[in-house]
Design a protein around this ligand. Sequence first.
Ligand SMILES: Nc1nc2c(ncn2[C@@H]2O[C@H](COP(=O)(O)OP(=O)(O)OP(=O)(O)O)[C@@H](O)[C@H]2O)c(=O)[nH]1
Ligand SMILES: [Mg+2]
Length: 383
Amino acid sequence: MAERASGTDDAVLVGLDFGGGGYPESMEELRLLAASAGIRTRALVRGRRDRPDPAHFAGSGKVEEIKRALEEQGAQLAIFNHDLSPAQERNLEKALGSPVVDRTRLILNIFAQRAKSHEGKLQVELAQLEHAATRLVRGWTHLERQRGGKGFLGGMGETQLEVDRRLIANRVKLLKDKLGKLGRRREVQRRARERGRAFTVSLVGYTNAGKSTLFNTLTHAGALAADRLFATLDTTTRRLYLPEAGNVAISDTVGFIRDLPHALVAAFRATLEEAIHADLLLHVVDAASDSREAQIEQVDKVLAEIGASAIPRVLVWNKIDCNGLQPGVDRDEYDRIRRVRLSAKTGNGVDGLRRALIEAAASRTSPASPPKSTDSQRQAAEA
Ligand SMILES: Nc1nc2c(ncn2[C@@H]2O[C@H](COP(=O)(O)OP(=O)(O)OP(=O)(O)O)[C@@H](O)[C@H]2O)c(=O)[nH]1
Ligand SMILES: [Mg+2]
């Protein structure tokens, strides 16, 4: 997909509470997602329902309220903090007279804007096609005028809307073949690395937790760190020399988010598999966020989905400069470092993380250390 054309899109954000208690800061996260896609939020519309309306997702009164907000604010699109069925999306667009974007499509669009590497672009295109394929039955004509233009929706491209299922299926197959080849090449490289026996570490965590900042602080690598969601899409690996531990290969990875669209999990599986093959995961947490527990849960869920739950893990409680926590390390009952409190930005507490890496690398190579499976079983039991 093309980069967004110049000019800002204005949106009304819609979030409904179905009584599940919700997710703290969820609408704020949606606003950040929108901003990351270059969209300005003009108004928030909230509501409460027992369950989604099958036809319009929101009730008729709420739909009226959204329509009014769009008109009053001169906003061009409505963004829902939910996943909509193709029929709901179509019905809403008819009722509102404006394009409607659901959470999955917003995230897909951000990934499309960010993808830089050849592999990343292929992965995003695959995810977008798979998402679009479920929506091809819809009647697009009522919106062709709005969608053909510039801005956030322009990128969806008429070509994509015009191609039929068979063409999409062919393209999906081609992309999967190409990605499969790239994945196999990656596997060969990984095996070569393994033969070299460098201790491998992957930084994982919720988007915006500070993984790239920490990566830079540790390796002086100059990875892009930015206050926007999904700043990093491609895995970057650098070597880091640690006294007593030797060379460590450390990787910065794509951030996770609540309800990561399934098409993206599938498309990015190969990239995320870097994490699966690591000797150690550093789970970076924004300790200053009110949502940190929910975010940890989401990351653990995705790690389980990609088969990485058994890998030894150290929690990195980042951004302590924002919440007044003291730097330091917390150990478990086996005297292993389980959590490091630090600030990737100021560097305060990073020495504790170096110690954790040295100890973890030593326990992998030392024959006296407890076998890895004990570690895995214990962590699995904890999960
Ligand atoms: N105050 C403070 N801000 C930090 C710290 N670490 C990172 N940040 C800020 O948090 C924002 C996100 O940092 P990144 O390093 O890009 O986060 P990330 O986890 O790589 O994010 P994605 O690549 O989007 O998944 C940036 O604005 C950083 O400057 C910290 O220790 N303290
Ligand atoms: Mg990053």
